[in-house]
Design a protein around this ligand. Sequence first.
Ligand code: ADP
Length: 213
Amino acid sequence: MNIIMIGAQGSGKGTQAEMLEHRLGLKLCASGDLLREHIVRETPLGLAAKPYVERGDLVPDALVVQMILDFIRSRGSQGIALDGFPRTIAQAEKLDIDLGQMGQAIDRVIYLDVPRALLLDRLSGRYICRAHGHVWNIKTKPPQVPGICDIDGSELYQRSDDTPTKITHRLDIFFSETIKLLDYYGAQNKLARVDGAQPIDEVSRAVLTALRA
Ligand code: ADP
């Protein structure tokens, strides 16, 4: 099963994609995490993508598509949970074409629906772990020891693109550009909407139910 999680920044799509990795044995593919790894390693892709990521702009389609397709090809036959990709219609079309050439397809697309005011509130409390990018939130999912990741004990930090101005910019792009994917996947009868404003466990239940439907 190949699944796409669509949701605005702070919607919890990364948390739910991780849940799908554990519950359904899917391979997690988080475009933002992959880009940040390239940036840290200073690969040619990382160097090219860095200014876009730092501004909160979309990285050009050609760069991101290549990175994701390389990842998908390298995973063998395991199903995949895509988090953060695609974000444009052009990316979605290219993904459909290339998966088709591999004899595969996207099976289901989940949209985590969260009101914008709640997104801003959640993002201001978001902390990420240095070692593996695990996501915590001082409001909705606090770590047991402040500043330390429960899972691997590494330090937590706030992302440099989680400032109020950059958050607003990224949300503007989501609600003007990425939101068009709902029509794209709705037309393919693959879209399920889940209320992402509920507590994390209830969202997880709703996501799993939507995938069984
Ligand atoms: P968020 O969803 O909060 O923006 P991510 O970690 O998913 O955080 O992405 C961080 C940044 O990586 C984005 O702001 C953007 O610059 C870049 N990025 C991630 N995925 C894509 C994509 N599919 N297309 C273009 N740029 C992307």
